[in-house]
Design a protein around this ligand. Structure first.
Ligand code: ADP
Length: 447
């Protein structure tokens, strides 16, 4: 904006003008007295000359500064009007409701959005008490809060978004979000409070719907887990029965069976064994989901050594392990499930004459340890990485490699319950590495 013009001091102007008039008048009067005889002519000449002489003085000393002052005034007034118009437009069109109240709770300003939110026209709000926009139960709280703030400067609601209730014209209450700030105008120390107000009826409704959906989903999930557990568990008994009866049949008919009949009985036993294996894996998966978590501080190296020993791996398998391993909190049953599955897969999907497994770990920068199982087995095409991590997904027939397709599903579930994750690095024919990222720290009690 243009810098305002500087004006000479009025007192100085007055002194200069008075002295100028005095001096000019004296000189002129003396000259006229010497030259002119008639008194009337003298007065006329005197007045005319004085007017001509004083005109430039008046022009520069009065007219120019006066005109400048008027122009400046007009300019700043129109700038002020433009800025006010801009501000009012912003206030009116801003997405939030805006309300300003005085320390007496009287409403001084509302924007259109606020009027729309509460359903009042502007003139029904301005000048009235803000309590009219609150349900009854909040009115005393507001008055006490305002009193406390004015006397002690303490407030629970100032300066941040808080959820409250508003009262619409017609008496319906609804959820609002409000952010109140104190404003003091520099020039007249006029104090007032401005608040941005949002109607959160819609988002509250969405949130409630989301929460009830989550609750419903959790309920269904629990029911499903229970169902899988119960069905698998109950199926075990009849399957065991079929298994036993087919064994009895084979024993009783020993020597009397034709080759073809023997094949049928073998097929029956195989099918039952597969079903039993599947149910056991399904039960393991279900247990991993249902397990009550008890975190313990575990030295991973010692723990993995025990897991490997308990597996009684065939003699053509060599396991290499790092010497020093970190201690970390984990649920032992889940950790065991993870490595039992990864190690047995590393052995199973391996056609190398000398099967080599490497167990190791890396510290990741983001608060995780990455434990890994590397093998020199058949490898996996990267496009199948995502698929095989899902339960019941296999890349081979039971004839090629036996299995149920649940092992990696258990690994993923267990890692996720330990707040970790799984990733794979592999190429067909070049072995595979399964990485398990687990947090170095866990929330809650560690035994
Ligand atoms: P299963 O072992 O019963 O087949 P998994 O869920 O453990 O089920 O594995 C799913 C599939 O992932 C396997 O069928 C196999 O194709 C592939 N897979 C898992 N581990 C390895 C591995 N170490 N090397 C190569 N392929 C693997």
């Amino acid at each position: 904006m243009e810098k305002p013009h500087e004006y000479p001091s009025p007192l100085r102007l007055l002194v200069i003008i008075t002295l100028s008039i005095f001096a000019t008048e004296t000189v002129l009067m003396l000259i006229i007295r010497l030259l002119v005889v008639s008194e009337t002519a003298e007065v006329f000449i005197d007045a005319s000359l004085l007017t001509v002489l004083l005109f430039p003085l008046f022009y520069y000393l009065f007219y120019v500064p006066f005109r400048q002052a008027i122009t400046d005034l007009q300019r700043s007034e129109s700038a002020l009007r433009a800025s006010e118009k801009r501000l009012t437009t912003i206030m009116k069109t801003v997405g939030d409701g805006i309300i300003a109240i005085g320390p007496d709770s009287g409403i001084r300003f509302v924007n259109k959005e606020l009027c729309d939110i509460f359903g009042y026209p502007e003139e029904e709000l301005t000048g009235r008490e803000v309590q009219m926009l609150m349900p009854e139960k909040y009115r005393a709280l507001h008055s006490n809060g305002m009193e406390r703030y004015l006397s002690s400067g303490q407030s629970n609601v100032m300066g941040h978004w808080v959820e409250l209730e508003g009262l619409r014209k017609g008496g319906a209450s609804f959820p609002i979000e409000i952010n109140i700030r104190e404003t003091i105008l520099e020039d007249n120390e006029d104090k007032f409070f401005t608040a941005a107000v949002r109607d959160i009826t819609h988002s509250k409704k969405l949130e409630e719907e989301r929460e009830s959906l989550i609750a419903e989903l959790n309920q269904t999930n629990t029911e499903l887990k229970d169902f899988v557990y119960v069905v698998s568990h109950d199926l075990k008994t009849p399957l065991r029965g079929i298994h036993n009866y087919s064994d009895f049949l084979r024993e009783d008919l020993e020597g009397k069976l034709e080759e073809e009949q023997k094949k049928y009985l073998d097929g029956l036993s195989r099918a039952v064994c597969q079903a039993e294996e599947f149910i056991n894996d399904l039960l393991d998966l279900s247990r991993v989901s249902r397990l009550e978590m008890v975190f313990k501080k575990i030295n991973i190296g010692a723990f993995l050594k025990q897991v490997v020993e308990s597996m009684n791996l065939p003699p053509d398998v060599k396991v290499i392990m790092k010497n020093d391993w970190p201690d970390m909190p984990a649920e032992p049953t889940l950790l065991r499930q993870i490595f039992l599955n990864l190690i047995s897969n590393a052995v199973k999907f391996n056609r190398s004459p000398a099967k080599l497994l490497e167990l190791g770990w890396n510290a990741k920068g983001d608060g995780f340890y990455e434990l890994f199982v590397h093998d020199n087995g058949i490898g996996i095409e990267p496009r199948f990485f995502e698929k095989i991590l899902k339960p019941f997904q296999r890349l081979h027939t039971a004839k090629e490699f036996e299995g149920t397709g649940i092992g990696l599903g258990i690994v993923v579930k267990a890692a996720s319950r330990l707040n970790g994750s799984i990733r794979i690095e592999s190429k067909p024919g070049e072995g595979s590495t399964f990485f398990v990222a687990l947090p170095k720290e866990q929330k809650g009690e560690i035994k």
